[in-house]
Design a protein around this ligand. Structure first.
Ligand code: EPU
Length: 334
């Protein structure tokens, strides 16, 4: 069932050439269950869009490639759509748009698969998947039982869920059901970049398809395509700091962009901090910081995971030295 010494280069969006000492692809829940019954200590690989491989993987790697999209329930206002874990996220969003199902359009072009989308509650341009999430089914590794999780049980936060915290490594997400609109779509065009893009496209009354087009244009203009330059989207989370701390930074840098979370919690874009520390567009061997978005670390060709990690640590040290802010990595370091 397992192949030996398989390169994972094509299966992680950073394009890191690490090896799986043992590798199996599964295409159904029953195949997965059979493997898990025999072998509990496995490494589950899905879209590979939020990992940095710094070494070869000794545990058996199980590549989750379960596909399928089903309409579970539909009425005049809503539809419940269940997508299997191995569906590519953007292709799933496009499928929803082609059926005129609304809710996920702001999340167009995010790399990765449906099954990992709840892990870090993927988000962009004013929307997170928790906003359209109905439930998910996951396989408990220790018992082989399938459990359904509500949004509350997933404990979604900013790039967070229970699957990254208390239940880390305990469940394998099999499918996710979303509640989407079938009519009177709620258009979310408040995010500055979307407004600007729609204005430049001359769109006055956007449809969900227009929003998707705008998001795709924005992402393409700033974020590197993993098929061309290896990357994992935002490498760091945007830090939240106290109002006092923020006012010190603002005094020195009046132009600092920010979002107010609460009266005493201010979110500062990590990309701005990294740029201010002089890293934007810098290249160190084959590891680098993207020239258009400093939050994205890139693999120009043959960087090792350790090279990217060294760069990330240097950035953390410099941001901490200049701004007294500890940046948290968003990407899972393996
Ligand atoms: N900025 C800079 N320099 C940079 C990058 C950004 O000064 O190199 C400034 C921008 O000018 C802007 C602010 O930082 O004022 C925010 O930038 P942007 O709108 O690009 O968003 P972000 O906060 O950097 C977050 C998400 C992205 C998501 C965008 C849009 C995180 C960690 N990242 O980035 O998510 O696409 O908002 O909603 O929250 C991802 O998670 O992989 C990802 C790409």
């Amino acid at each position: 069932m397992f192949q030996k010494n398989v390169s994972l280069r094509a299966l992680n969006t950073f394009g890191i050439d690490a090896l799986a000492e043992k590798f199996a692809e599964v295409n159904s829940v029953s195949e997965l269950s059979t493997i898990i019954e025999a072998q509990k200590d496995v490494f589950i690989l899905s879209g590979g869009s939020n990992i940095l491989l710094t070494k070869n993987i000794e545990k058996p790697v199980v590549f989750l490639n379960i596909k399928g999209i089903d309409i579970i329930e539909r009425n005049d206002s809503h539809v419940l759509v269940k997508a299997q874990a191995g569906e590519n996220w953007h292709e799933f969003v496009c499928w929803c748009l082609s059926h005129d199902f609304g809710g996920l359009e702001n999340l167009s072009l995010i790399p990765g698969n449906v099954g990992t989308s709840p892990m870090q509650n993927i988000g962009a341009y004013g929307v997170e998947i928790k906003d359209c999430f109905e439930n998910l089914e996951a396989l408990e590794i220790s018992t082989g039982r399938i459990k359904q999780f509500t949004a509350k049980e997933c404990a979604f936060g900013y790039r967070e869920s229970v699957f990254k915290n208390d239940l880390k490594g305990k469940y394998i997400i099999l499918n996710v059901t979303f509640k989407l609109s079938t009519s009177s779509h709620q258009i979310k065009a408040d995010y500055g970049a979307i407004k600007d893009q729609l204005a430049s496209d001359g769109v006055l009354s956007p449809s969900i398809q227009d929003i998707s087009k705008a998001v795709i244009a924005i992402r393409k203009s700033k974020l590197p395509d993993p098929k061309e330059i290896g990357n994992s989207g935002s490498f760091f989370k945007n830090p939240v700091i106290s109002a006092t701390h923020f006012s010190k930074i603002k005094a020195a840098h009046p132009e600092v962009p920010y979002y107010t979370v609460t009266e005493d919690a201010i979110k500062v874009p990590a990309g701005w901090l990294v740029e201010k520390c002089g890293f934007k567009g810098k290249r160190f061997g084959d590891a680098g910081v993207h020239k258009k978005q400093a939050l994205v670390l890139v693999n120009y060709n043959r960087a090792k995971g350790a090279d990217i990690l060294d760069l990330a640590k240097n950035i953390q040290t410099e941001v901490s030295r200049q701004f007294e802010i500890d940046l948290d990595m968003e990407v899972n370091i393996i």
